[in-house]
Design a protein around this ligand. Structure first.
Ligand code: FDA
Length: 313
């Protein structure tokens, strides 16, 4: 892992920076690249624009590691409000949540209950509520909540991280439950005992897991498969594997983030391939934003610096 990337990943969890950065004007301005704004209405406006372009969306109301039960319930209620507004506006927008935002660190049952409330509400629209995967310490409780919920409703989806050594075995355990899986490379700073550190190795793991998931789509063991990546070369390899297996490219969906590879998202949608854009909003953006900077440090730091030299508001 490069120095810039590991420094940014360190900064993403630093409490002092977390407190100060949101008050720095050029950081806030540079943030616009990755999110349309801090409110639900900002997210809805962006989702309506994407709908006009033929691209369905996902919402994440940013927040993680809440301090008490009241905050976890508020976060859940905020998502319920989002689903109501999505329905009112006729948008094709699913939710993607972090379980620590719903109270996982406080009490696993509380997070499971909050997540099930969301899944039950989304199931009325036959939508899926996706769980983001957080750092490795949360993987076991996250899988616990996910498998419990999946037994109660098929409308639950989970993100798995290709860089973790354990993911292959975790996936095999989930397959009998007919999961919906978003496969990503992994965004956190993890030790070598937990995660692969080399890009090529992670890419190969991503491809191997994707092939397993495509086979699952083929034999009905996987309800939905969604590679979450902007790596077009790797996505191309997944598409080739899909063709080789005889799985239509329309039987799975690529998920990408708002503000990244926008032209490619339009092109995929224009060619009729399912693509969905994840839009994040909310005031608690700091750790999430710094993880995004770490994914492409050179380009993103240059972008933040350009905002330093732009005129102050
Ligand atoms: P890679 O990092 O190789 O990027 C490929 C190319 O895409 C880069 O060369 C660059 O051009 C562009 N790019 C990618 N990221 C960029 C960025 N931030 N800024 C500018 N350009 C960028 N992780 C996790 O641990 N848990 C989760 O729940 C999720 N959820 C999730 C959902 C969705 C829809 C996506 C797309 C990603 C996630 N991730 C995630 C993040 C994921 O683990 C990974 O860190 C990023 O997607 C970056 O890896 P890529 O596969 O895009 O490849």
């Amino acid at each position: 892992m490069g120095i810039a990337r590991s420094t940014l990943l360190w900064a993403s969890t630093n409490p002092t920076l977390r407190r100060m950065a949101p008050h720095v004007w050029f950081v806030k301005r540079a943030l616009r690249r990755f999110m349309p704004g801090e409110t639900l209405e900002d997210g809805l406006e962006a989702a309506a624009t994407f709908r006009g372009l033929g691209i369905p969306t996902l919402f994440t109301h940013l927040g993680e590691n809440v301090a008490d039960e009241r905050e976890a319930i508020e976060a859940t209620d905020e998502y319920l409000r989002a689903i109501d507004r999505v329905e009112e506006l006729g948008l094709d927008t699913e939710m993607s949540v972090k379980l620590t935002h719903l109270g996982l660190e406080l009490d696993l049952d509380l997070a499971a209950e909050n997540y099930l409330r969301l899944v039950r509400r989304a199931a009325e629209r036959d939508d899926t509520v996706w769980i983001d995967m957080e750092s490795s310490e949360y993987v076991t409780p996250t899988l616990d909540v996910y498998s419990r919920t999946l037994k109660a409703s098929p409308n639950a989806g989970l993100c798995l991280q290709a860089y973790l050594h354990r993911t292959r075995a975790d996936l095999e355990e989930l397959l009998p439950l007919r999961p919906s899986i978003r496969m990503v490379k992994g965004a956190y700073r993890e030790p070598p005992e937990a995660a692969m550190q080399e890009r090529d190795q992670i890419d190969e793991a991503f491809l191997g897991l994707s092939v397993r998931l495509l086979k699952g789509v083929q034999d009905g063991k996987v309800r939905r498969f969604a590679p979450g990546s902007h790596d077009l070369r790797l996505l191309g390899r997944v598409a080739t594997a899909s063709r080789d297996l005889g799985v239509s490219l329309k039987d799975w969906e690529t998920q990408m983030l708002y503000g990244i590879r926008h032209q490619d998202q339009l092109e995929l949608a224009g060619r009729g391939y399912p693509v969905r854009t994840l839009i994040s909003y909310g005031p608690a953006w700091y750790p999430w934003y710094v993880r995004r900077l770490a994914e492409k440090p050179g380009e993103n730091i240059a972008y933040v610096l350009r905002n330093v030299f732009a005129k102050a508001p």
